[in-house]
Write a protein that binds this ligand. Structure first.
Ligand code: HEM
Length: 156
């Protein structure tokens, strides 16, 4: 009589099973890490207060050092400003930080900011969040929350 049993997987394929399972787990984990999770406070997904201060400080320092884009920062005490902006961002991200500064309209009113200046800072923040290893989902959620302040700061 003819044998109708399906062929059994080769031992080689069987031995690759743990490898395939590990690859799948890595894929799932990466997927989770890059997606914003509404059940975890955003500031935690951004890496906590320390990381927020790091990427904020680097972004502000880079823009301030630019010969053209940095014009608004002349005479500004950068360590104080960095602390204040980091606390603001931490608070926007539902963190426990206390922000004691003015609202965005008042604090930028005298700077005569253009749209492209705002966009440059946002792009620099994006790059520094990437450098700090902030997952894409958390990064985009923070930028989404900051976006409405553009119309409060930009005057032309
Ligand atoms: C996402 C965009 C921005 C955010 C979240 C932000 C946030 C802040 C915060 C929280 C303060 C501190 C206010 C206070 O302590 O009373 C501040 C002040 C300041 N910001 Fe921004 N800012 C943004 C865009 C910009 C841009 C585009 C520039 C210039 C290129 C700028 C330049 C300044 C300067 C110079 C001050 C100090 C003003 C002063 O003390 O007279 N900011 N910003």
């Amino acid at each position: 009589m003819e044998n109708v049993m399906p062929p059994r997987p080769t031992p080689r394929l069987l031995s690759m099973r743990p490898l395939l399972a590990a690859a799948l787990a890595t894929l799932l984990w990466t997927g989770c890490a890059t997606t914003y999770r509404s059940d975890v406070p955003l500031y935690q997904q951004l890496g906590g207060e320390e990381t927020i201060k790091t990427f904020t400080g680097k972004a502000l320092s880079r823009v301030a050092a630019d010969p053209v884009r940095g014009r608004s920062f002349k005479g500004i005490k950068m360590p104080f400003l960095i602390d204040s902006v980091a606390n603001y961002i931490c608070k926007v991200a539902d963190g426990p930080c206390v922000y004691e500064g003015q609202d965005m309209q008042k604090s930028h009113a005298d700077l005569n900011l253009g749209g492209s200046e705002f966009d440059t800072l946002v792009q620099t923040l994006r790059e520094e969040m990437d450098a700090a290893g902030v997952p894409n989902g958390a990064k985009n959620e923070l930028l989404r929350r900051l976006a409405p302040s553009r119309r409060e700061m930009v005057t032309h």
